[in-house]
Design a protein around this ligand. Structure first.
Ligand SMILES: [Zn+2]
Length: 288
């Protein structure tokens, strides 16, 4: 599953290649990927991209002078976007790193392609078919957005909301941070990293955090994600160049995937266990 920094990186990538372009057509290779929409191409044709927005891990494609049509995109477990220019050359995109190499597009994992008037084509590949490109109206877009809580990277992130929310929760702090309706965008990797930096144990009950700890956690969650965005995420591959560069944040991980190794802070051995149903990494000495 991608996390916010990965999706934000993809958003920036796609926008740099698709900015202001007008849709000329679309092809559906698998109906599930467009939620069975039969008029996908007809509805999109002639629409000019105004913005690619994002909330949590959901991408929202917006069009000029259009308030009745939005395109929602989610990469889920195996989604990938590829952009080719008018000569068919791969010029951008991003998504999950998969063992199967994509050489020519469309390929057997291509589910949707959207072409633009200048010959650019956006391909949506999704091996396991959990992702989607879904057309919706204004109400549908607003409803999709309303399912997400605030993001710790937003400048107006409300620490008071965070504190009162934690106090009401009977779950572990890790489960609370993974709940996208409470806080949007944090997934398994960045939750472990944020808790490590804030020196809080992942299995602590959310409501036992004091104000100082909660503020420190909010600060570190935001910082971890901003750093990861700058480095292009952790788990994703970007397809801008032919050999593909991988997310650079992998080298900055302080606790995730470091089980059995020494803690960078106190030299204790990092432990891996399961919390909230997810593989969870922490230092048993300096996280409290
Ligand atoms: Zn430690």
């Amino acid at each position: 599953m991608p996390e916010l920094p990965e999706v934000e990186t993809v958003r920036i990538q796609l926008w740099s290649k698709l900015k202001g372009k007008t849709v000329s057509g679309a092809k559906i290779f698998h109906p599930k990927s467009v939620a069975g929409e039969t008029a996908f191409a007809r509805k999109l044709k002639g629409r000019k991209l105004q913005e690619i927005d994002r909330i949590g891990k959901l991408l929202i494609f917006k069009f000029v002078n259009t308030t009745d049509l939005y395109l929602l995109g989610h990469l889920k477990m195996t989604g990938q976007f590829f952009v080719t220019d008018k000569t068919g050359k791969l010029v951008g995109g991003g998504g999950h790193t998969l063992s199967t190499e994509t050489k020519e597009l469309p390929d057997r994992h291509t589910r949707v392609s959207i072409s633009f008037e200048d010959g650019t084509i956006l391909y949506f590949n999704d091996m396991r078919l959990f992702g989607y490109l879904k057309l919706t109206d204004y109400a549908g877009m607003e409803m999709a957005k309303s399912r997400f809580g605030p993001e710790p990277i937003s400048v107006d992130f409300d620490v008071k909301y965070f504190l009162t929310g934690l106090a009401k929760r009977g779950t572990s702090i890790k489960a609370a941070l993974l709940d996208q309706t409470f806080i949007a965008g944090l997934g398994n990797i960045y939750v472990d990293e944020a808790l490590f930096r804030a020196k809080i144990l992942p299995h602590r009950l959310a409501k036992t955090l004091n104000k100082k700890e909660a503020m420190s956690l909010a600060k570190h969650a935001g910082k971890v994600m901003k750093e990861a965005i700058l480095l292009g995420g952790t788990t994703f591959q970007h397809f801008a160049d032919t050999d593909g560069t991988k997310g650079g944040f992998k080298d900055k991980l302080k606790v995730f995937g470091r089980q059995g190794q020494e803690c960078v802070r106190c030299k204790s051995i990092i432990v891996k266990t399961r919390v909230a149903g997810r593989g969870t990494h922490f230092c048993p000495s300096c996280q409290k």
